[in-house]
Design a protein around this ligand. Structure first.
Ligand code: CP
Length: 325
């Protein structure tokens, strides 16, 4: 495998390996000079056709901390505004010989499509409602850091499942790591085939107290083409995660950005139960691990990425964790 397109293609050992590698890279962010030379001379292209704060900034930081060159692309101000297609944009920018392309678009399957047009390693940073694999990896990493193994944990994912690529990736990742996943939300916001991903489905929060971790999802109004709920106020009445519903022992997660007062009450976002800041922090180390796996394997990009684990220091060149460059 030369790309990271979905969690579906990762088994538990592959997830474990990326998490372990991320844990080793996390230390780089604590240094005075936050850089290692692991990807020096490599080029990463961030191709974002959709808005992003966390994913784009952390991929850029991850690449820079690995000493790669980074080009950031956004449609606004580019020739996309003159009608240039995704394919022609990729072909054009591929002339600059990127080693990896990190891509986010509103179109399901776009990351996979791009693999056919260029030789770079492709990382899916979100393709429509399909998947957001690095979000799931950083969420597993965050929970590992806080609770240890996920085996046997009860995780509830609450909210707008219908439009959420995070939910799809996270259900797959959490269940592969041994957790029990329950999804909850109004019937209009839970796709009918949800159970096929290996989770249980609830339409009320009556049993939310069973959860060890509650993962709230944003109401994605930008993807809603019809009235999926009567109103946001009514949605909040029945499904908002707030201090009345969350018990003190339970942890709270959210991929961001948060609609405070809709899917979560503002006070919980800022509470000690919230892991939201830890999730953002984890993003850099996990994305460093993914880029490193894809581009710095022993035999180069064509045969690298998410392969069987090897000890970083003993078998890989260059050592990704030497003193600052
Ligand atoms: N979680 C997430 O993907 O956030 P951004 O849209 O800000 O990247």
């Amino acid at each position: 495998m030369n790309h990271l397109l979905s969690i579906e293609e990762l088994d538990r050992p592959a997830i474990e390996r990326i998490i372990a590698e991320a844990a080793r890279f996390a230390e780089v962010s604590e240094r005075a000079v936050k850089k290692v030379p692991a990807l020096r001379g490599r080029m990463i292209l961030n191709l974002f056709y959709e808005a992003s704060t966390r994913t784009r900034s952390s991929f850029e930081l991850a690449a820079k901390r690995l000493s790669a060159d980074v080009v950031n692309f956004a449609p606004s101000g580019s020739s996309v505004e003159k009608g240039e297609s995704l394919k022609d944009t990729v072909l054009t920018l591929s002339a600059h010989k990127p080693d990896a392309i990190v891509i986010r678009t509103p179109w399901v399957g776009s990351a996979e499509l791009v693999t056919r047009w260029c030789s770079a390693a492709i990382v899916n940073a979100g393709d429509g409602k399909h998947e957001h694999p690095t979000q799931a990896l950083l969420d597993v990493y965050t929970l590992r850091g806080r609770l240890g193994a996920l085996d046997g944990l009860s995780l509830w994912i609450v909210g707008d499942l219908a439009h959420s690529r995070v939910a799809r990736s996270n259900i797959l990742a959490f269940t592969r790591m041994g957790a029990r996943v329950t999804v909850a939300g109004p019937p209009t916001l839970i796709p009918r085939d949800m159970e096929t991903l290996g989770c249980e489905v609830r339409h009320t929060l009556d049993e939310l107290h069973d959860a060890d971790v509650v993962y709230a999802l944003r109401m994605q109004q930008e993807r809603m083409t019809q009235a999926w709920v009567p109103s946001l106020r009514e949605y909040a009445t029945w499904y908002q995660v707030n201090a009345r519903r969350l018990r003190p022992r339970q942890l709270l997660m959210h991929p961001g950005p948060v609609n405070r007062g809709v899917e979560i009450s503002g006070e919980l976002v800022d509470s000690p139960q919230s892991l939201i800041s830890a999730q953002v922090e984890a993003g850099v180390a996990v994305r460093m691990a993914v880029l490193y796996e894809l581009l710095a394997g022993a035999s180069g990009p064509a045969s690298s990425s998410l392969r069987p684990a090897r000890p970083l220091r003993s078998q890989r060149q260059p050592d990704p964790h030497p003193q600052p460059a």
